[in-house]
Write a protein that binds this ligand. Sequence first.
Ligand code: PMP
Length: 314
Amino acid sequence: MSLVYTPARPQAANLESLIGNTPLISFRRVTAHLPDNVQIYAKAEWMNPGGSVKDRAAANIIRQAEIDGRLQPGMTILDSTSGNTGIAYAMLGAAKGYPVKLFLPANASPERITILKAYGAQLELTDPLEGSDGAIRAVRALAAADPDAYFYADQYNNPANWQAHYQTTGVEIWEQTDGALTHFIAGLGTSGTLMGTGRRLKDYNPDVQVVALQPDSAFHGLEGWKYMPTAIKPGIYDEFFPDRQVGISTEATHVMLRRMAREEGYLVGTSAAAALVGSLQIADELAAAGEPGVIVTLFPDNAYKYLSDKLWVE
Ligand code: PMP
């Protein structure tokens, strides 16, 4: 009989289980002018382990590819990304033992490049003038050249992207609002967040209004968002799905970024501030019409990756 002592294992979490179940936050000052029956809340997605909402999509893309055999041990995860999805792949690849190779525009912020390298990802920097579309074209060429070596995650066309939000984000928002929400508002990058969360919420209640936000011009500073009229259209995006489209200005977003930090204590990323600008516009319209509303938006990340942009210095 062996007398070797084996301690009981404490209940510990693995990395993937830290993704999702983010809190829903409210505001003290930026919403103070609204009547009590018009409310705005946001999902604090920077609380995911990779620091953004994209942990949800990346984890589901990898999990689905493992299940259907498109990702096998020894293969490299490949994609183009302006940042957050890449960080999520790099983090999950490190944890699960897959090399990760990413194409991104050379003007990606130094913080992001440093984070990606810290996780051990291989980076291919593409022409900044071509933006995220240039990175997409380059990654497609490599994936086609060596399909056995690479799993091309293809976040713009992979249904596992929007399904991540259908399975998690939408359910969480419904439960956190006790089904009382009237509007879901989100910006469009791949559109995964809006399509998946919006579909789930409309399944629960078809009257929920889904509002898509975009930059109001092709040349904008809204990191993570796409101006759809001139961008390569993501395969997962259905432009007829949202009930409404609203354009957001970069200038109004920068003002809101500083207000969030100084009046609310939330040091959020640019697309979070832009989402709040859009949410306040809808809230103001409801208040002016004397209608009630429970508006939920989503703050994709916090500001730590953007501090070198000096947006907080007037
Ligand atoms: N904000 C940020 C900061 C992002 O990185 C992204 C993803 N590109 C988005 C918003 C948009 O999310 P989605 O891809 O789900 O449309």
